[in-house]
Ligand binder design. Structure first.
Ligand code: FDM
Ligand code: MG
Length: 215
């Protein structure tokens, strides 16, 4: 048990294919944490506001082309550049809600099927980053997500690719992930998320150590 210092915050990560409802659930969760007086911030990855994030944004909007390894490293660097701030906030008692994180890094790149960019390689370059206390995986059939107002024009927003991403998430998920059927109404999902989050916020505050990727 920690002897001194503030109770640490929890690291909560939302994952899933495009248009599965992550952003909605992230905002609902943030609002409910803040209502309960839990210090919390909502971040998203990629963080498109940094220099590296700007390059990623150009790539995603198809204004720039980069090879698969190069853009993968940019996504990874975009997390590493935020590492110290994440650790500082968590140690100071702020709970962080992340809309995508390293798990997206592995699932999306591995879905490309490039032999030297497989899941093991992808995991290896995440090391040193904090592991999520809870991964909320919003699982949705890509046929349904595509029907939700359609995809935007960003790279990766293609039905066939989304199917591959979903299967990579399936391989990555372990028993600790909270896998939710994302075809449910938002309010039902929200209640299930809130219950799981409350537990991990309490555990973190009680001194449970922050894990490290990849473990
Ligand atoms: N994405 C996101 C990746 O390919 N690798 C990563 O490491 C991360 C964090 O970027 F298609 C992909 C997933 C998605 C795109 O994400 C932008 P948003 O959440 O749709 O903005
Ligand atoms: Mg998107």
């Amino acid at each position: 048990p920690a002897l001194a210092g503030p109770r640490r915050g929890a690291l909560i990560v939302f994952e899933g294919i495009d248009r599965c409802g992550k952003s909605t659930q992230c905002s609902l969760l943030l609002e409910s944490l803040q209502k309960q007086g839990v210090p919390a911030e909502l971040w998203r990855f990629p963080d498109r506001t940094t220099l590296i994030g700007g390059l990623i944004n150009e790539y995603l909007q198809k204004k720039a082309s980069l090879n698969d390894a190069a853009v993968h490293m940019l996504f990874v660097a975009n997390r590493h550049e935020k590492r110290d701030e994440m650790l500082r906030l968590l140690a100071g008692g702020t709970t962080l809600v992340l809309d995508r994180y390293s798990y997206s890094g592995v699932a999306y790149t591995a879905a490309k099927g490039v032999p030297h960019l497989g899941p093991d390689f992808c995991r290896s370059v995440e090391s040193g980053l904090p592991a999520a206390d809870l991964v909320v995986y919003l699982d949705l059939d890509p046929e349904l997500s595509a029907a939700r107002g359609g995809f935007g024009g960003e790279r990766y927003e293609k039905l066939e690719f989304q199917k591959k991403v979903r299967s990579q998430y399936g391989a990555l998920a372990d028993g600790r992930w909270l896998r939710l059927d994302a075809s449910q109404p938002a309010e039902l999902l929200q209640a299930q998320v809130a219950a799981a989050v409350q537990r991990v916020v309490e555990q973190a505050a009680a001194g449970e150590q922050l894990g490290q990727l990849w473990d």
